[in-house]
Design a protein around this ligand. Sequence first.
Ligand SMILES: *Cc1c(COP(=O)(O)O)cnc(C)c1O
Length: 392
Amino acid sequence: MAKKKHKDTIAVRTQLNKTEFNEHSVPLYLTSSFVFDDAETMRAMFADEKPGNIYSRFSNPNTAELVEKICLLENAEAGVAMASGMATVFTTFAALLKSGDHVLCCNSVFGATHTVLEKNLSKFGISHTYVDIHKPNEWSKAIRSNTKIIFVETPSNPAIDLIDLEWLGKFSAKNKTILIVDNCFATSVLQQPIDFGADLVIHSATKYLDGQGRVLGGIVVGKKNLIDEIRAFARSTGPSLSPFNAWILSKSIETLSVRMDRHSSNALKVAEYLEKHPDVESVKYPFLKSHPQYKLAKKQMTQGGGMIAFLIKGGLKRGKKFLDALEMASMTANLGDTRTIVSHPASTTHAKLTEKDRVDSGVLPGLIRISAGLEHIDDIIADLDQAFKKSK
Ligand SMILES: *Cc1c(COP(=O)(O)O)cnc(C)c1O
């Protein structure tokens, strides 16, 4: 057998078998259903006795290719792709939890995930507790006999805080909980949480996996027994990823590793620039030596990724003026794009949180988040530089 391939190669070369046309690039299977050879095959496939595609709400070749690729990159046994990151977060919770269960969640988490816990799951009698990721002893205090899931983001959005995955993996195993890591910021290229003990890894594929701001998508990968439960739930409730989006995403992942290299090197240079700027109070970037968890970042990530957070002097007012003064960077509700994106979490993605939850999760009024794009680094810095001057 051939030597096991490198991940970069797997991302490029994992594809469906060729059809009779011998195409080089995988075609788009835009079909809602599939035909059966005979009535007995149809019966057996519906009964799960025979593998194969029945209906695109259940499975589709393009979706299967995407899932296989992410499983290989994340060292996961199985996976399910869905229509968006939030469809994946909600479906995973809904499939694995029941009324009376409890979730432990890190306090710096994506705004909509916060809303799902706060507003949607609470309706079904599922409770949660937020834990400060910097205080490991708080995790032990917060865990209950009915805690079923531990959910974390690392690096977190938007505070760029890290969680020690090796420690948390052991903690979760000891307490017999399901550890779920939202790996959106680091991507499968920079960090593989399953190697540290995560049971499931979730991605908003909308972000770096697409990387070009075109399609929505989400994926969860991990232990087969858990994925089977999630798949069964998704099959009947229908948050399925469209074949078109799966086709786009699978092609995007061919360049993920190359893009993450550039996102990371540009972000590091932006972070270093910001750190020296007199109008900046503080900067958070995992591979910046001043990050309080720099050592941990080096241990569990291969590069720092593309996301930076900084506090501008002058708070909210100056922050808004700074955003308005930008000439090139986009003001938009996405991240992980080829284009540099600058946003203000306190007034946008995290506006629905209470003031206390916002401050607890590190979303201070003057916090600005940058998703470093793939433009030339000199042009990115020049834009930030003129915006600092113009917003004085
Ligand atoms: C965007 C995002 C999500 C949600 O993904 P959608 O594809 O927008 O539904 C979840 N987690 C994180 C960390 C995100 O940045």
